[in-house]
Design a protein around this ligand. Structure first.
Ligand code: FUB
Ligand code: ZN
Length: 675
């Protein structure tokens, strides 16, 4: 059954030449990875310290002392503190600092390093990574347990607060990082550490009598365990992932049991929704709660369903996906519109300026989309993946890779972000680092592994989900076929594919026709085709010959979009897109008081190619009008209508916003038609 599924291509099977993503990947390689290493070691001035590598060192020293003196001789510290920030960086004690999940800063870094090394060998970086791995592995407890928060504070309390603490989350990221590094370098030290920790967790949790019946408060371990299963072939990792998934939401609720009636154990219904633990996951049909946790869970569910052929579980994934796609998705691919709990809100509540839209949540949506695509290739999953990737994911990083957004608004008025409690979470400009630094390294690991999202394959089919340019090697039987993809996406409308191979080879190229482009045209060897399109994929099955070409033409007219009228925030407004890119207007180009501008939706939009401070991009200029200011000293005046002046509105790709200082920004605009 599994063979009909596809799997992301191996990173080493694609040499990326794509201008758009190469630039982002180079930024990650040259800027973000070294920068994050300094951040993990608290060496970035004026940035919140991570304490990550320090915690590993302290844990290793304590382990040594423990072995020499015995556990009882060591000091313990309270384990209820979620984020310990010292008064000063001088005279730090030998204890755990930062958030409970600080270890993951390293795990995400090493994952990005692994992906990067697999495509760009760099002995110096590899040496640095090996040394760092030594530091991390030295902290591991004898029985495989590896979470510096509990190793340092009080080992006897481990696995006692699954709801709020993040041991299983740390394990998940450790597994992902260790596999990436192993696959890039063949070095298995970190992978062995990850397996030892996974084995320790497997001994502790499970359906067997006497084992703990809990599940993680923050998901990710589910999808990581499936990956560990794929790499090692050991069923118990898949079983453990399935166990965690099926335990969630069972009654009596584990998160209540674990506090044994203590006050912290009081869980309101919202709290269960926050953790997606309000009902067994197979019965869930609405995406609720903390958005990152939710999409990490759904990704793990899709993984388990794929490997076990569990139809019921996959149907739950589909229902949850549909709910997100049709009712809870911002136009920039942002999800989690409520800052209260970094969470999904109710259906269609998609405000532009007070939403949350955490970068990690959009990244998690990309993970979920990848898994849905690999199980049932439907272009709409890839449409959402693309929407998130080209907009709300990469807006999380500035163009230099030196500063990051945690939340990704669609509208900003800087004064409101400082003074209005409901918008204060929108920190302007992008920040150098965060004490809770989940987003920047998450971006790094996604961008460095982009080819495995763009293409997936099974024995006889290569799926093109995104139009990433480069050279792909595809094995078909004993043949290796080279597939060269020339693409200037998202700027240009043509993607050209050329095959080279020694012998004619039959296989299928499954090419996504994007939802935004119903008029796309396909050509083989310059002859237009009317291929079979199934769920938005054109399946081109033939005996390919050396030199065969495919051309995909996707006319990229700028298009105004309106949201469903159920989205109260955007009734009467439009957003402008070209291809997969969402556009916005900024104060830097259009002046302040953007509440006064309206866009003319029936005048032509000019497409302007520019290579300036925002990079080599396409800007869009549209006709518009600006309401002349009125009212003077009076707050309310008798209605007399507005007067307007004509203006030209300059739009930039949304992901480039806030790279020229802090100013107003708007994505959805009021509109009018010229008579
Ligand atoms: O809890 C770990 C990470 O911190 C979450 O994924 C983010 O949303 C942030 O809360
Ligand atoms: Zn984040």
């Amino acid at each position: 059954m599994e063979s009909k599924f596809s799997k992301g291509i191996k990173l080493t099977n694609m040499d990326i030449t794509d201008r758009f993503f190469n630039k982002l990947m180079e930024t990650v390689r040259n800027e973000v990875i070294p920068y994050q290493w300094r951040a993990l070691n608290d060496q970035v001035e004026e940035a919140a310290p991570s304490f990550c590598m320090r915690n590993f060192r302290v844990a290793a020293q304590l382990g040594k002392k423990r072995r020499e003196l015995g556990q009882e001789q060591l000091p313990t510290y309270p384990t209820h503190i979620f984020n310990l920030v010292p008064d000063s960086m001088d005279n730090l004690e030998d204890r755990f600092y930062g958030f409970v999940f600080q270890d993951t800063d390293f795990y995400k870094w090493i994952e990005a390093v692994g992906y990067s090394l697999s495509q760009h060998p760099d002995p110096e970086l590899e040496k640095l990574a090996d040394e760092a791995i030594d530091i991390v592995c030295a902290a591991q407890h004898e029985d495989g347990y590896l979470d510096t928060f509990y190793i340092i504070n009080d080992l006897s309390k481990r696995f006692t607060n699954l709801r709020d603490h993040h041991e299983l989350y740390c394990l998940g990221h450790l597994i992902e990082g260790a596999i990436a590094y192993y696959q890039a370098t063949g070095k298995d030290k970190l992978l062995n550490a990850a397996r030892r920790f996974a084995d320790c967790v497997d001994r502790h949790f499970g359906p067997e009598e006497g084992k703990c019946k809990g599940y993680p408060g923050h998901q990710i371990v589910e999808m990581a365990l499936v990956r560990l299963y794929e790499v090692t072939g050991e069923d118990r990792y898949l079983n453990l992932a399935k166990f965690f998934i099926d335990q969630r939401g069972q009654k009596p609720y584990y998160f209540t049991l674990e506090f044994k009636g203590e006050p912290e154990g009081e869980n309101s219904p919202e709290k269960y929704h926050y953790h997606q633990a309000h009902r067994p996951v197979r019965e869930q049909d609405e995406a609720v709660g903390h958005a990152v946790r939710a999409v990490y869970l759904y990704s793990g569910m899709a993984d388990v369903a794929k490997h076990t052929g569990d139809k019921e579980l996959f149907e739950a994934c589909q229902r949850l996906w549909d709910n997100i796609e049709y009712k809870k998705l911002h136009i920039n691919g942002g999800i989690g519109s409520s800052p209260d709990g970094e969470a999904f809100s109710y259906n269609y509540n998609l405000p532009n300026d007070r939403m949350y839209n955490e970068t990690c949540a959009s990244i998690g949506l990309v993970f979920f989309a990848k898994r849905m695509l690999e199980s049932t290739p439907k272009a709409r999953y890839a449409d959402v993946m693309e929407r998130a990737l080209y907009n709300g994911v990469i807006s999380g990083m500035d163009l230099d890779g030196k500063a990051f957004f945690y939340v990704n608004p669609l509208e900003v008025e800087p004064e409101g972000c400082k003074k209005d409690a409901q918008r204060r979470h929108v920190a302007l400009p992008r920040q150098k680092w965060f004490g809770c630094a989940c987003c920047p390294p998450n971006l790094a690991r996604l961008l460095t592994s982009i080819s495995s999202y763009a293409y997936s394959e099974n024995d006889d089919t290569l799926f093109m989900h995104l139009y990433l340019g480069g050279n792909i090697k595809k094995q078909v039987g004993s043949q290796i076929v080279n597939i060269n993809v020339e693409s200037e996406y998202p700027w240009d409308d043509t993607v050209g594919i050329t095959m080279s191979m020694e012998k004619d080879t039959r296989f299928t190229m499954a090419i996504r026709i994007p939802g935004w482009c119903p008029d796309a045209k396909l050509y083989i060897n310059n002859e237009e085709l009317a291929p079979d399109i199934v769920d938005g994929y054109a399946y081109l099955n033939r005996r390919w010959k050396d030199g065969d070409t495919i051309k995909l033409l996707m006319p990229m007219e700028p298009i105004f979009y309106q949201a469903s009228t159920n989205v109260r925030a955007n009734v009467g407004k439009v957003a402008l897109m070209r291809g997969p890119l969402v556009y916005c207007i900024e104060e830097a180009d259009n002046g302040s008081n953007l509440q006064l501008v309206e866009v003319n939706v029936n005048a032509p939009v000019e497409v302007i190619h520019e290579d300036d401070v925002l990079g080599d991009i396409i800007r869009l200029n549209a006709k518009g009008r600006r309401i002349k200011e009125s009212g003077g000293d009076d707050l309310y005046i008798k209605f007399s209508g507005y007067e307007y002046e004509e203006i030209e509105l300059q739009f930039i790709p949304y992901y480039t916003w806030c790279n020229r200082g802090v100013g107003e920004m708007k994505t959805y605009l009021d509109w009018y038609k010229e008579k």
